[in-house]
Design a protein around this ligand. Structure first.
Ligand SMILES: NC(=O)c1ccc[n+]([C@@H]2O[C@H](COP(=O)([O-])OP(=O)(O)OC[C@H]3O[C@@H](n4cnc5c(N)ncnc54)[C@H](OP(=O)(O)O)[C@@H]3O)[C@@H](O)[C@H]2O)c1
Length: 443
């Protein structure tokens, strides 16, 4: 799985790995990570410690942030349909695209979710700004939220792989504001706080140490790399110091929905497939994938919301039965080339592009950031003759605890070429990939 950049294995002292793609100053980065952890967890040690047992609440009242996003929309639909959930507050930033109610409606329609759910009296949509005092809400809304919420799902976060850590500071402040609200609630000891984290929080995990554990990570070097992953590592640390019952849900790559294959086309994998169609060649990639469909990830989240067990500080949501990359190869019927060759083809195209094209074409932006690293990793695995799940370089997450809490994850069927075909069909249906390209003749 592509992550960028990564730190070499075998580095308790955080040895530096310099790839052709990127050079990073680990010390400077980890210092800033530590600084933000200290800044946004300041004062948290004074609060009561994490409960040792869960007292069942008679109602489940959820606050969901980021309900206008891809994952948030699916989580919202499931929460609204579940009779065990009594009330759902959504909290989103204001948008020029219109009020949240309209945005919810548009998202539900595009995913063919039941829009009648949005008329439910259970739903209360709030517009605010978590980085501001009182979450940017008026006093009465803030107090209502504070006094009634029993579960917080903090899912809003910028999905931006090219920004540095400081870009995410308002989001770290927002996390702290949500923690402060939970701590000042009369229900503080019973509030469950779930944070949508990512495998990027462990983006430089040393694979020689086995799988990424479902536990708090203890060294910022593990989280160093993209600012996005660093921000999630920092957020996990802050949340863990809150004294609340909390869990960071480290989602693996989320792939197309199980129903319609819907997979947002701005992400690296759709871009890689579209570019393969354009170049007439698809890369052969080593290793296994443990992605989970977006809607399944949403179901897993709700399983965790409703679980009776006391949650660990982190749960890893990756597929319990990984698949081979060829589930995609079969969906993209064209000549296969090695990943290095594929990257070279892309580099030749980049060499001919104008600087303006380089700036605005997503695939060129991903060239150094993701594809080169992925090619290096894939080559290394082929060279070592290692293609099993255990051999992926630092990308594999243990997920026994998540499976224990989520029946959905436990029972998830292995991804197959059928899913691969469904994703590609989806990208054709939405016009992202032009249907009917004569692939074979283009190489
Ligand atoms: N998709 C994946 O493969 C994946 C994998 C691992 C973890 N995750 C995590 O899962 C969560 C949801 O991901 P997603 O795929 O649903 O992403 P998404 O479609 O980009 O949605 C992100 C949500 O966060 C909101 N948001 C973004 N930047 C914000 C900001 N600066 N302030 C306030 N709200 C902001 C968005 O609001 P607008 O609608 O106004 O833009 C949207 O509601 C994120 O925390 C992400 O890190 C996702």
């Amino acid at each position: 799985m592509p992550e960028t950049p990564s730190i070499a294995p075998g580095s308790p002292q955080c040895e530096r790995k310099l790839t052709a793609a990127v050079q990073i100053d680990i010390k400077q980065r980890t210092d800033l990570m530590d600084e933000y952890i200290a800044k946004y967890s300041s004062g948290l040690s004074k609060v009561p410690s994490r409960p040792s047992a869960k007292t069942p609440e008679d109602t489940v009242t959820v606050l969901l942030t980021g309900s206008t996003g891809h994952l948030g929309t699916d989580i919202l639909a499931i929460l609204l349909a579940d009779v065990k959930v009594h009330k759902v507050y959504t909290l989103n930033r204001r948008s020029s695209e219109g009020p949240t109610s309209e945005r919810h409606h548009g998202k539900f329609k595009s995913k063919q979710l039941d829009t009648k759910l949005l008329k439910s009296r259970k739903l209360m949509s709030l517009d605010g700004d978590t980085s501001l005092a009182n979450l940017g809400l008026d006093t009465s809304s803030y107090e209502e939220l504070r006094d009634s919420v029993t579960v917080i799902i903090h899912n809003a976060w910028p999905m931006n792989l090219s920004r540095s850590l400081s870009f995410f500071e308002p989001n770290l402040r927002g996390l702290r504001n949500l923690i402060d609200m939970a701590l000042s609630s009369p229900r503080a000891l019973n509030i469950r706080f779930l944070f949508s984290s990512t495998y990027y929080a462990a983006q430089s995990w040393n694979s020689n140490n086995g799988l990424v554990p479902e536990d708090l990570l203890t060294d910022p070097c593990i989280g160093v790399g993209t600012g996005y992953g660093e921000s999630k590592y920092v957020a996990e640390q802050i949340l863990s110091r809150s004294g609340l019952e909390s869990s960071s849900l480290r989602f693996c790559q989320l792939c197309g929905r199980s129903t319609d294959g819907g997979w947002p086309s701005f992400q690296w994998l759709p871009i890689m497939v579209k570019t393969s169609f354009e170049m007439g060649a698809f890369p052969v990639i080593a290793g296994l994938i443990s992605w989970i469909p977006l809607d399944t990830a949403a179901k897993c989240t709700v399983d965790i919301v409703l679980s009776d067990s006391l949650l660990p500080l982190a749960l890893n949501l990756s597929h319990p039965r990984p698949s081979k990359w060829d589930i995609l190869e079969k969906a993209v019927p064209m000549p296969k080339v090695s990943f290095s060759e594929w990257v070279s083809m892309l580099e030749s195209r980049a060499a001919q592009a104008s600087s303006d094209e380089l700036q605005r074409t997503p695939v060129f932006k991903l060239l150094g950031a993701i594809f080169l690293q992925l090619a290096l990793d894939s080559n290394a695995m082929f060279a070592a003759g290692r293609q099993d799940v255990d051999e992926l370089p630092g990308r594999l997450l243990s997920n026994e605890k998540a499976q224990a809490v989520s029946q959905t994850l436990r029972e998830l069927q292995r991804l197959s070429p059928r899913e691969g075909r469904r994703w590609v069909e989806y990208w054709k249906t939405v016009g992202f990939i032009a249907p009917g390209l004569d692939i074979q003749s283009r190489l």
